[in-house]
Design a protein around this ligand. Structure first.
Ligand SMILES: [Zn+2]
Length: 139
């Protein structure tokens, strides 16, 4: 694939410098430095603070529900029957390496499932935990 300008989550030091203008939640997100990254290529996907639930089940097993996913591209919307009912979802792929990461909720079957709309499921097996803002970037 061609070169991509990947979004990088801010390091703790950069966030500290920007804290005067950053929202409290953004500052808090960067303060921990813990993120989820693509297990294949390391692209940053979401800060730990974007986690809504770690009690979801994906195609490959345990999965995470997060409020948003960076560096991702969406597949076509499709109706899909999940354990909690008929949803409209689209698959999510890593924008860097193309790995299938999970899916994004577009429509949920009822009020009790409505909280998932706009959020995304990341397969636990497809993401790894990383910490940003350390002394150096490691390869
Ligand atoms: Zn990737």
């Amino acid at each position: 694939m061609g070169r991509l300008a990947l979004e990088r989550l801010p390091s703790a030091s950069a966030a500290a410098a920007a804290s005067a203008t950053a929202s409290p939640s953004a500052a808090a997100a960067a303060a921990s430095g813990a993120i989820f990254a693509c297990a294949s290529c390391g692209a940053h996907l979401a800060p730990r603070e974007a986690l809504v639930s770690d009690n979801f089940t994906g195609r490959t097993g345990p999965a995470l529900l997060v409020r948003f996913v960076l560096n991702s591209v969406l597949g076509a919307a499709e109706a899909r029957v999940l354990r909690s009912g008929a949803h409209v979802v689209c698959d999510i792929f890593c924008a860097c390496c193309g790995e299938a990461l999970g899916w994004h909720y577009l429509r949920a079957p009822g009020a009790s499932e409505e909280y998932k709309v706009g959020a995304s499921v990341l397969e636990r097996a497809r993401v790894r935990d990383e910490v940003v803002g350390g002394a150096e970037d490691r390869d």
